[in-house]
Design a protein around this ligand. Structure first.
Ligand SMILES: Cc1ncc(COP(=O)(O)O)c(C=O)c1O
Length: 400
């Protein structure tokens, strides 16, 4: 088996563009909330492929739907109707309150669509507005538009010049937000819970300032729910918990349960300003992608949302009690099944310490341990996983 792993690593080192510093594990199989590596070792997954594998791994209904659809019809393009796209859009409309969807293949494309639709809205109105207001610590993706509203210099610098007319304001600073938004603002874009930036929920006061600034200036509001949406917080979308009323919502990640699919959900007012041919993508919302999304939506509708709420409360309780034993944990932030442990130091050593104990977690924003378990996780799994995390935090704390 060692040779198999060496081959994998060696071949990648020679032939794959080195954009990711990978952990030294080769996963070959999964079942529920568990992953298995090439040596047969078992891991509890508290990351779900960065918030994607909502139904865990090898979920029977998802596997069945994908296999059945693959044997029937996979892709025909958006030049033709198929039976599932309208159905996914209708279900998303019921969950979000936004009646129309544009389907794409990833989170960054969903954000691109939102940004373009916002510009199109003002263009159609005959009063073009170019400016976007975004938040410090935000992450919206890696393509030029979404990178332009992403704050991290490390991601931005090598690719400048980016899309102009983007202003950043500090997270949860209502005053700064109010003074930044004006009649020149096409849209304000926020993650209701900042994900990559360290699992930071927006405060209700800040959300009220966003809502008020948009109402006062006519600026559109884009809620990026790619990481915090699709049930992760125990609600379909977190914007509703904050009292936000977005005109556009970007979704991705959990939407396909592992099959790549994203969407921009938009109000009728915005959709009315978009014409045939304005935007498009070859793959977006094909039969296979929509079958995957329907499967995730089915599970959410048949009890999973309520389960996330319940298990999420248990997760929080257990996580806070584990964190209390480790002085290096300064803060526990999150909601439902989306959590971050703010450390007083670099969180990098926690990741290998967790892997050694059969646990998959991730470090983000340098000093945050991020936990995004599959949405199907149950209380006993939580207890077992957080027991392993306790060991990993202890080992990492002792070593540094
Ligand atoms: C909030 C948010 N927006 C956008 C993206 C980009 O999504 P993708 O990597 O699918 O392009 C991410 C990915 O982490 C995200 O968390």
């Amino acid at each position: 088996m060692a040779t198999v792993i060496d081959d994998v690593v060696g071949r990648e080192a020679r032939h794959v563009v080195q954009t990711y510093r990978r952990n030294a594990v080769t996963f070959v199989r999964g079942q529920g909330v568990r992953l298995y590596d090439a040596t047969g070792r078992e891991y509890l997954d508290l990351l779900s492929g960065i918030g994607v594998a909502a139904l865990g791994h090898a979920h029977p209904a998802l596997a069945r739907a994908l296999a059945e659809q693959a044997q029937t019809l996979v892709h025909t393009s958006n030049l033709f109707y198929h039976p599932f796209q309208g159905e996914v859009a209708e279900r998303l409309a019921t969950l979000s309150g936004l009646p129309r969807a544009f389907f794409c293949n990833s989170g960054t494309e969903a954000v691109e669509a939102c940004l373009k639709f916002a510009r199109r809205y003002w263009f159609t109105k005959g009063a073009p507005r170019a400016e976007f207001i975004a938040l410090d610590e935000s992450f919206h993706g890696r393509t030029f538009g979404s990178l332009s509203v992403t704050s991290d210099e490390h991601y931005r610098k090598p690719f400048e010049p980016l899309v102009p007319a983007v202003k950043f304001v500090p997270v949860n600073d209502g005053e700064a937000l109010r003074s930044a938004v004006s009649q020149a603002t096409a849209a304000v874009i926020v993650e209701p819970i900042i994900g990559e930036g360290g699992i930071r929920p927006l405060t209700a006061e800040f959300a009220a300032a966003v809502q008020q600034a948009c109402a006062a200036t006519g600026a559109l509001l884009i809620a990026d729910e790619i990481q915090c949406g699709m049930g992760r917080t125990g609600r379909p979308f977190y914007f509703s918990a904050l009292g936000l009323k977005p005109h556009l919502v970007s979704i991705g990640k959990a939407l396909g349960g592992g099959f790549p699919v994203g969407a921009a959900l938009v109000s009728e007012e915005v959709a009315d300003t978009i014409a045939f041919g304005d935007h498009g993508t070859t793959y977006g919302g094909n039969l296979l992608a929509c079958r995957a999304a329907l499967c995730v939506l089915d599970e959410l509708a048949s009890g999973l949302l309520a389960q996330i709420g319940r298990v999420g409360r248990h997760f929080e309780e257990r996580l806070r009690s584990v964190a209390a034993h480790h002085p290096m944990v300064k803060e526990v932030r999150g909601v439902g099944l989306m959590w971050g442990l703010q450390l007083d130091r670099d969180a990098a050593p926690v990741v290998p310490a967790a892997l050694e104990r059969g646990l998959v977690v991730n470090r983000t924003a340098e000093s945050v341990v991020r936990l995004l378990p599959p949405l199907i996780i149950t209380e006993p799994d939580v207890d077992e996983a957080l027991g392993r995390l306790d060991g990993a935090l202890g080992a990492a704390g002792a070593a540094s």
